[in-house]
Design a protein around this ligand. Structure first.
Ligand code: NAI
Ligand code: MG
Length: 499
């Protein structure tokens, strides 16, 4: 392991990085059965900062057994009020370790530390508190039935059971908590598999959950690769539900694996989200929003606004402002003060993003900004703007997951046609509309085939708002009450009072 860790790292995160990380199963850090380990990198330097255990199917079996025992045992006996208290305590511990978590999230994911600290860490504590509120408020109903005679009928909302959660590398803390919090709130137990590239903060969260008093076996963390560990979770007959965030390709594999025991499946699969700027919008605010939406975290965001449509009356002004901003973004190590954009996660991701940029140029698109890599080490891609993009080009049709904006203009004022163009994609995660006309805003919101619509905003990161996609952007919704529904089964009980 390298000894040249970034000097801005605090002592707590340094100590954590130096530990020999195992799998967190049944409340204990254990070695992986295979004894194999994976290098964990700092994407800003490409250097090894830690190693993590590589779980196999045998380890997944152990974790699922532990989760099952906790589900049938202590967790089932916990009252809703006790679960709320434990979750609130967990949130407090996250805040008490906020600097350490922000350090680890930054050095492993590459995202600037200020965002990790003020966005991700704050956000996951809020998510826990939000979901902790539902614990004592969720419940069934007493439907009015019309059966002959007298009946008493009601529904129960019960935990779905042992849930497998497979998450990606772009937002390791957030993706973990969006899945952990509703599962804890509803009384499920968890086998969480973080990305093989970013397992560190999930392991730390698992430890903090134990420290908060959440019983061993409720939150198990198995680190390792999609194949074998993720695939074993998806196919496991002892897992009642699998929740996944990541690529469509892997989502389809998970679906196939899950078909054996017909476990419940929820999928959040990214997108190719449109940003539509009308000429009556606040164009400077729109340009800033466009840039944040695609360049924040180097575009490695499932809801990134990657297709820009600007009315031709505003096109030159908006594109000038976008290019100016793109060229002025400060790239660097996330721990360096003043860094606005970090690297992409890996050499592989860098190659993938550069491949898209080159294919766009080969197919006739023009570079307005960026287009290259930068830095002497690490995986940095310049904020890139392509114009002259057309449907059918890979850069237009496919999720790039990098800082690459495809800009297009429209000369129409017909909202049906504008929305039809923006909706002409297999994805349907998010859409962002920029206008000062209330009618245009509401009409466009109705016309967009997307699970998330933001007006005069690039995102809406609130725990209460459901998050998920139409079409091939996935199945189900995370956050909000919808997440509670995803982690519960409904039971209808009917009692014949005439007998
Ligand atoms: P991926 O979808 O393969 O990986 C995400 C998670 O799934 C990781 O934990 C991985 O270990 C796991 N996984 C991989 N193969 C699996 C399998 N057969 N069974 C069960 N779990 C499995 O994403 P990857 O390969 O890291 O990135 C490729 C592309 O996917 C990106 O360029 C991007 O376009 C997209 N992506 C989208 C994300 C989103 O938030 N929507 C997040 C990450 C990637
Ligand atoms: Mg993959």
């Amino acid at each position: 392991m390298t000894t040249s860790l970034h000097p801005a790292l605090g002592e707590a995160s340094r100590n954590f990085l130096q530990r020999e990380h195992g799998l967190l199963i049944d409340g204990c850090m254990v070695e992986a059965d295979s004894g194999r380990r994976t290098d964990i990198l700092d994407p800003a330097t490409g250097e090894v900062i830690a190693t993590a255990a590589e779980a196999s199917a045998t380890d997944v079996d152990r974790a699922v057994d532990a989760a099952r025992r906790a589900f049938e045992g202590p967790w089932r006996k916990t009252t809703p009020a006790e679960r709320t208290r434990l979750m609130l305590r967990f949130a407090e511990l996250i805040e008490a370790h906020a600097e350490e978590l922000a350090d680890l999230e930054c050095i492993n994911s590459g995202k600037p530390r200020v965002f990790c600290r003020n966005g991700d860490v704050v956000g996951i504590a809020e998510m826990l508190r939000y979901m902790a509120g539902w614990t004592t408020k969720m419940g069934g109903q007493t439907p009015n039935v019309s059966l002959p005679g007298e009946w008493h009928a009601y529904t129960l909302r019960e935990p779905v059971g042992v849930v497998g959660q497979i998450i990606p590398w772009n937002f390791p803390l957030n993706m973990a908590m969006w899945k952990i919090a509703p599962a804890l709130a509803t009384g499920c137990t968890i086998v969480l598999k973080p990305s093989e590239q970013t397992p560190l903060t999930a392991l730390r969260l698992g430890e903090l959950a134990l420290e908060a008093g959440i019983p061993p076996g409720v939150l198990n963390v198995v680190t390792g690769f999609g194949n074998p560990a993720g695939a074993a979770i998806a196919a496991h007959p002892g897992v009642d539900k699998v929740a996944f965030t990541g690529s469509g390709e892997t989502g389809r594999r998970i679906l196939q694996g899950a078909s054996g025991n017909l476990k419940r499946v929820s999928l959040e699969l990214g997108g190719k989200s449109p940003v539509i700027v009308f000429p009556d919008a606040n164009l400077e605010a729109a340009a800033a929003g466009v840039c944040s939406s695609i360049f924040f975290h180097a575009g490695q965001i499932c809801a990134a606004g990657s297709r820009l449509y600007v009315h031709e009356r505003a096109y030159d002004q908006v594109l000038d402002a976008v290019a100016r901003r793109a060229n002025s973004i400060r790239l660097g190590h996330g721990l360096d003060v003043g860094t606005e954009m970090g690297p992409v996660i890996s050499r592989r991701q860098l190659d993938r993003v550069m491949g898209y940029i080159h294919s766009g140029q080969e197919q006739g698109a023009t570079l307005l900004a960026g287009g290259g890599t930068t830095g002497e080490r690490g995986f940095f891609v310049q904020p890139t703007v392509l114009t002259g993009v057309k449907p059918g080009m890979a850069v237009h049709d496919e999720e790039i997951f990098g800082p690459v904006l495809c800009a297009m203009s429209f000369d129409d004022d017909d909202l049906d046609r504008i929305s039809a163009t923006a909706n002409a994609t297999t994805y349907g995660l998010a859409a962002s509309i920029w206008t000062s006309d209330l009618g245009t805003a509401h009409k466009m919101a109705r016309r967009m085939q997307a699970g998330i619509v933001n007006v005069n905003a690039l995102s809406s990161p609130d725990s209460a708002l459901p998050y998920g996609g139409y079409k091939q952007s996935g199945w189900g919704r995370e956050r909000g009450y919808d997440a509670i529904e995803m982690y519960t089964e409904v039971k209808a009980v009917a009692i014949n009072l005439n007998v």
